[in-house]
Structure formats: structure tokens, C-alpha cells
Write a protein of this length. Structure first.
Ligand SMILES: CC(C)(COP(=O)(O)OP(=O)(O)OC[C@H]1O[C@@H](n2cnc3c(N)ncnc32)[C@H](O)[C@@H]1OP(=O)(O)O)[C@@H](O)C(=O)NCCC(=O)NCCS
Length: 298
């Protein structure tokens, strides 16, 4: 019989042991473990067997007070115990429903047959796909194209928010903005706190007006992740992108990554021109939603 308990700091070694064989040792879990354990909202839980051994774990993240997100499902692949994934997921869904949330969602890669099959079985439905694109940054010391670049960190949140809300790209993001593989409902507070106040809002200003704008972050691993990118024309887009590339170099990151809405024609085109490609195929980022029928839940 499996039991649920909270994941604690002291579980780190066991969690690392479980994840070391997943995705050829490329699992991001050890990198986010400390942050996840400390998080006050949501719940990071494990499934333990009769002897108290940790067999698997999963996390409920509250992206807002009313929007729940499920992530980080892993199981010890050497364990014979079946049903660990369903057991943990059902527990977290119950917990989310008790909080009377409006949405329960998760995302996965199109080739992750285990999670697609598992979450479909529980009742999740695919509601959107996006394009996950990356570019490896070669190690070059001198890049002439950076000379005279006018891009700057934008600290004026009103200016940034005005441009963002008016842009075509932002209007497509009904299901939220990508902060890595988690989608966050868009609010001015989110944009201000996550990007403007952290100096991760880059733009080009001409005659007091923004002409191009991007939100980015340095990810746990070795990537610069672009959450939003838009420009008035191709020229500004190229200039803004070159600055992002320079920031990637300066932070000693190896890759740049963006997840683009399928209908975002401009962004899809620009990033193709900038040399970004899919890992394997287009439409590879899948957003799943669990339809909730709950009394009194608006
Ligand atoms: C995903 C994972 C946690 C599933 O754990 P599990 O305890 O074996 O899952 P369950 O026994 O609860 O499986 C329930 C359902 O998931 C699906 N599933 C699980 N493993 C599968 C596999 N190898 N291939 C296809 N479907 C699979 C099936 O639909 C299964 O139902 P079934 O047993 O009736 O066929 C485990 O395979 C794992 O840790 N994988 C590596 C990490 C990963 O991919 N995590 C998901 C990322 S979000």
C-alpha cells in the first residue's frame, strides 16, 4: 500500500537517485528541488511504500490562488509497484479541487507517451499546442553586430505594460505566458514582478516610445528563456534579438529557448530566421486541462 507524505529537504539524495536515470540524467529536478521544498503555496508530495521508501513524487503549484498546475511527476523506474503516477496525480487533483480552483493544468512534450496516456486516463484534455524552439550559442569571443545596439533594460513598467498589451503576440496568450514550461495567467503584477522588477525586460525605445520588447529569464540549467518577444518591424526584432544573444553569452548560457504560440506568425518567422529549431517536430509543447465541474465554482 502506498502512502502520501510531504517531500522534505532530507529527501534530496533519494530524489536525485530516482531522477538520475530519467532522460539520460538530464532531468531538471535536482536543480529545482530546494526551491520546490521551500515553496509555501502548493504541495510537493511523495509516495512511500510499506517500508517508508520513497517511490515517486509530484508537485502541485498554484500559479494563482485559483489556478493549479501539476508538474514534476517521477517514479523510481526500478520499482515494480504499479499505479504510482495515478495515485499521486489523483491526490494532487483532490487537493486542488478542495481549494476550489478554476483550472488544473499541466504541459508535456509531444513524445512523452507515459504522461500523455496517464493524464488522458484521468480526464485531462489537450487544449493548446505551442512551438518549443531552441538555438545553441556558439562560443565566439567577438561579435561585431552588437556595436551600436540600442536595446536597453526597461525599468518603466507603464511603458512596458502598454506596449505588451497592445502587441499582437500578447493577445494570443489567453492560456497564459510561458515561464519555462509552466503557463501563468497574465496580470500586470505578474509582468511587473517577474520581468520588470528583476531587470529581465529588454526593449528598444525611440522618441519616448517602445519599438520592440522582450521578457526573458536565465533558467536553472544553461539556457536563456524568452517568455515574450515582439517588435514593430523586422529591423527592430533583429536588433533586440542580438542583445538577447549578447546577454546569453554574458551569462555563460549555452542555449536560447522560446515557446511560441502557433498563430504568432511574426514570432515564428523571426525565430526561424534567427536560426531556432525544434528538438524534433513543430507543435511539440502540449497544454492539458482537466475540465472541472464543481458546484459553486465559477
Ligand atoms: C510517468 C510515470 C511517473 C508513470 O508512473 P507509473 O507509476 O508507472 O504510472 P501508473 O502505473 O500510475 O500508470 C498509469 C497510466 O500511465 C500510462 N503509462 C505509464 N507508463 C507508461 C508507458 N511506459 N508507456 C505508455 N503509457 C504509460 C498508462 O496509461 C498507464 O495506465 P495502464 O497501466 O492502465 O496502461 C513514470 O513512467 C515516470 O517516472 N516516467 C519518467 C518521467 C516522466 O516522463 N514523467 C512525466 C513527466 S510530466
Amino acid at each position: 500500500m502506498l502512502k502520501i507524505r510531504k517531500i522534505k529537504s532530507s529527501d534530496k539524495d533519494r530524489v536525485t537517485e530516482i531522477t538520475k536515470d530519467i532522460w539520460d540524467g538530464d532531468d531538471y529536478m535536482p536543480l529545482v528541488f530546494d526551491k520546490w521544498v521551500k515553496e509555501k503555496t502548493g504541495e510537493f508530495v511523495g509516495a512511500v511504500d510499506e517500508k517508508g521508501k520513497l517511490i515517486g513524487f509530484e508537485k502541485l503549484t498554484m500559479v494563482t490562488e485559483k489556478d493549479a498546475w501539476i508538474e514534476g511527476l517521477r517514479k523510481d523506474m526500478n520499482s515494480e509497484i504499479k499505479g504510482v503516477g495515478i495515485f499521486l496525480s489523483n491526490y494532487l487533483i483532490k487537493l486542488a479541487k478542495a481549494k476550489k480552483v478554476n483550472t488544473i493544468r499541466f504541459t508535456t512534450y509531444f513524445q512523452n507517451v507515459e504522461s500523455i496516456s496517464l493524464f488522458s486516463k484521468i480526464g485531462f484534455e489537450i487544449i493548446e499546442r505551442r512551438n518549443n524552439k531552441f538555438k545553441e550559442i556558439p562560443k565566439i569571443k567577438f561579435i561585431p553586430e552588437y556595436k551600436g545596439n540600442r536595446s536597453e533594460i526597461i525599468k518603466d513598467e507603464k511603458l512596458a505594460l502598454d506596449y505588451f498589451h497592445r502587441s499582437k503576440s500578447a493577445k494570443l496568450l489567453n492560456n497564459g505566458i510561458n515561464i519555462s514550461w509552466v503557463l501563468h495567467p497574465i496580470t500586470d503584477k505578474l509582468i511587473t514582478d517577474k520581468f520588470v522588477k528583476t531587470d529581465q525586460c529588454l526593449g528598444i525605445i525611440e522618441n519616448g516610445e517602445i519599438k520592440a520588447l522582450s521578457f526573458f529569464m536565465i533558467r536553472e540549467k544553461d539556457e536563456l528563456f524568452i517568455s515574450y518577444f515582439f517588435a514593430d518591424n523586422d529591423k527592430y526584432a533583429k536588433e533586440l534579438f542580438q542583445k538577447l544573444k549578447q546577454i546569453t553569452y554574458k551569462n555563460k548560457q549555452k542555449y536560447m529557448n522560446i515557446i511560441i504560440h502557433l498563430k504568432d506568425k511574426e514570432c515564428n518567422q523571426w525565430f526561424k530566421q534567427f536560426g531556432f529549431t525544434s528538438w524534433e517536430e513543430e507543435n511539440d509543447f502540449m497544454l492539458f486541462d482537466l475540465p472541472i465541474k464543481q458546484k459553486g465554482n465559477k
